[in-house]
Ligand binder design. Structure first.
Ligand SMILES: Nc1ncnc2c1ncn2[C@@H]1O[C@H](COP(=O)(O)OP(=O)(O)OP(=O)(O)O)[C@@H](O)[C@H]1O
Ligand SMILES: [Mg+2]
Length: 248
């Protein structure tokens, strides 16, 4: 599925968090959002599956099309969130067992058969590189796991419903290098089937896995293009300063 974002402005009350952004997000590619803290990456990402709807004072101007349909005109937000899954910056497992965390989405969508749920749980935990640590503790509370393990449980929970788009907000910032590499490998594998957007503060990560990169500053998109080009030959001075570590 593809996103066409055109002339989008996002506001928290009077605060103008995202300013007139137009951007296409293509399927079978990984798009990275980079930029200094507070520039609006999470705000824009959450808007793509309407996770900001509940924030008081939040408003959207412009148009966000998903395969041609305006996501803010479609009334079925649950369907949107099934198709567009999100992994948050901070791990947020539900206060229930690992098994129930992963089975939660599939159950909501009507899957009841135990053998099928077992399969989904195992497949998702394996994909998220947490199966080995979790397989003997499936009935234990997800909250009894470490932060990095919880993040991988949350990634598994998102994958369990087989979304078509994956939005990932700094999914590896709490992970060790081995789990980070596993998640990066997973994203590269999933790229063939999914549309993936990843927010990252890790330039190497953006270079390793993304096809396109968008660089934001103070709510504006400074530069967008092929990752390799943007990092090797940025068009804008600000981009160059940021990626070479001169600020941010
Ligand atoms: N719920 C909210 N209410 C009001 N302002 C908010 C809210 N959430 C974020 N903001 C503001 O919007 C701006 C963009 O925030 P956002 O979280 O999108 O930044 P970010 O690029 O994801 O930063 P980071 O890299 O630190 O995660 C910031 O100035 C932030 O303070
Ligand atoms: Mg953020």
């Amino acid at each position: 599925m593809k996103f066409d974002i055109s002339a989008v402005d996002l506001y928290y009350g009077n605060f103008h968090a995202i300013k007139n952004i137009s951007l296409g997000i293509a399927p079978q590619e990984i798009t990275a959002f980079i930029g200094p803290s507070g520039c609006g990456k999470t705000t824009l990402l959450k808007t793509l599956n309407r996770m900001n709807d509940l924030i008081e004072g939040f408003s959207v101007k412009g148009e966000i099309l998903l395969d041609g349909n305006d996501i803010y005109e479609d009334r079925d937000v649950n369907l949107l969130r099934k198709r567009v899954g999100m992994v948050f910056q901070k791990p947020n497992p539900f206060p229930m067992s690992i098994y129930d965390n992963i089975a939660f989405g599939p159950r909501t969508h009507g899957i009841k058969k135990k053998t099928l749920l077992d399969e989904i749980v195992e497949r998702s935990l394996k994909q998220a590189a947490i199966w080995e640590e979790a397989k003997d503790r499936l009935k234990k509370s997800a909250l009894s796991f470490s932060g990095g393990q919880q993040q991988r449980i949350c990634i598994a929970r998102t994958l369990a419903v087989e979304p078509e788009v994956l939005l990932m907000d700094e999914p590896t910032s709490a992970l060790d290098p081995i789990s980070t590499a596993a998640i990066e490998d997973l994203l590269i594998k999933l790229r063939d089937k999914y549309t993936i957007v990843i927010v990252t503060h890790n330039m190497q990560q953006a270079m390793r896995i993304s096809d396109k990169t968008a660089f934001f500053m103070l709510g504006e998109m400074v530069e967008y293009g092929n990752t390799e080009k943007l990092f090797s030959k940025p068009k804008e001075k600000k981009t160059e300063e940021y990626i070479t570590g001169r600020f941010g």
